[in-house]
Ligand binder design. Structure first.
Ligand code: HEC
Length: 150
């Protein structure tokens, strides 16, 4: 009786353990933060930020950027443009030029140019991404939506 029950338990535990093991890429070190503790997960560049940059900025700062500034790749986006002010300062959204330009009250100086201002929630997400370190995978380039390609 006892034996039978522990066998049944094993039959449950082993497949569960296998599923858990298969889920985890072995080479990835454990992340320091614990999303399980109720803290929201870190903002993800590719799925959350890139779509906002693609839709709002890539037309003028992507493959064929204005000479003022390019945000095609991480290296370019982090390099000061014409004004020489740091566009993205990891950890410091309040010192990042892209944030102050997105929040600008004057439509003339605001980014995206010639478009309605971005939603406060979208800007807040970008600020959170910058404050969390502004991670941007090296090989990921902005891609403007098809309707923006001339
Ligand atoms: C319709 C074209 C257009 C769009 C869309 C656009 N920009 Fe710009 N942006 C410009 C032009 C043109 C300049 C050159 C300076 C100016 O006119 O202010 C500029 C300048 C900038 C600068 C200043 C660079 C410097 O150091 O002088 C930053 C930063 C910037 N844009 C960020 C953004 C961000 C972030 C977005 C998306 C949220 C965006 N832009 C969308 C056209 C655009």
């Amino acid at each position: 009786m006892l034996r039978k029950r522990s066998l049944a338990l094993f039959a449950l535990i082993i497949p569960a353990a296998m599923v858990l093991a298969a889920d985890k890429p072995p080479e990835k070190p454990k992340a320091p933060e614990k999303p399980a503790s109720g803290k929201p997960a870190k903002v993800d560049f590719v799925t959350q930020i890139k779509p906002l940059f693609d839709a709002n900025c890539a037309k003028c700062h992507g493959v064929r950027p204005t000479k003022a500034y390019s945000m095609l790749t991480k290296a370019k986006a982090f390099t000061p443009g014409e004004s020489d002010e740091p566009p993205i300062v990891p950890g410091k959204a309040d010192q990042s030029l892209i944030v102050s330009l997105m929040k600008a009250k004057d439509p003339e100086g605001r980014m995206p140019q010639k478009k309605p201002a971005m939603k406060p929630a979208e800007i807040a997400l970008i600020e959170r991404w910058i404050n969390e370190g502004a991670e941007w995978p090296e090989k990921v380039q902005l891609t403007p939506p098809p309707e923006d390609k001339e």
